[in-house]
Design a protein around this ligand. Structure first.
Ligand SMILES: Cc1cc2nc3c(=O)[nH]c(=O)nc-3n(C[C@H](O)[C@H](O)[C@H](O)COP(=O)(O)O)c2cc1C
Length: 187
């Protein structure tokens, strides 16, 4: 059911050493390709990365290794780099709306198949483009890590206040505002 899937689709940052096949990554794009986009322009393209050496290099420029102190041995088994042409004549607000929808569908698809993801937008996208030798006509606009994870993540309901995630006895806790808090009006 959708409700279960969306609750299960938590960000994971600690991965085990399982490989992620190109065929699995292709299945995720096969689902994401049905995403809505501004006037159906479909400007997003994907580069699928599961080469171990390249995954190591990408891992090192994400904040998994710095801010989140994830050990290299717990790096994700794959990355999906989302790219667009530099000149697409589309305001960033539209582009990032489209990226959000594609990301949601892609990560839900991964969760439904027993894989986990983390969106890594804080990555230096110019550096990422250079790492993967991206054609200068294109730019990297997002990157999603994909892998198998045993990390325990739980959500807790929150009526308001601090939404920061935290650790409790080794479990990653993600506070989620209740529907009553989110709905600020009915007309
Ligand atoms: C647009 C976007 C950018 C994000 N960028 C990063 C990032 O650079 N590094 C990271 O560790 N997590 C990143 N995240 C993951 C969020 O921190 C995560 O979604 C949030 O803590 C809520 O957890 P949940 O996904 O399990 O609901 C990003 C998420 C989104 C939607």
């Amino acid at each position: 059911m959708f409700g279960e899937l969306v609750r299960k689709n938590r960000t994971k940052r600690i991965y085990n050493r399982s490989d992620v096949s190109l065929s699995l990554l292709k299945e995720l794009i096969e689902d994401a390709r049905f995403s809505a986009s501004t006037v159906n322009r479909q400007e997003i393209r994907y580069i699928l990365v599961n080469d171990d050496q390249m995954c190591r290099k990408i891992f090192r420029i994400t904040n998994l290794s710095t801010t989140h102190k994830v050990d290299e041995e717990n790096r994700p088994g794959a990355f999906i780099v989302m790219i667009t042409k530099r000149e697409i004549n589309l305001p960033d607000s539209f582009l990032y709306y489209n990226l959000g929808i594609a990301t949601a569908n892609l990560t839900l698809s991964a969760s439904s198949r027993g894989y986990s993801c983390v969106t890594l937008l804080s990555t230096n996208m110019e550096k990422l483009g250079e790492l993967i030798s991206l054609d200068g006509e294109y730019k990297a606009v997002s990157v999603i890590a994909v892998g198998k994870s045993d990390q325990e993540v739980r959500t807790v309901d929150l009526e308001g206040g601090d939404t920061s995630y935290y650790k409790e006895e080794g479990v990653h806790i993600v506070p989620k505002l209740t529907a009553d808090t989110l709905i600020v009006g009915t007309i």
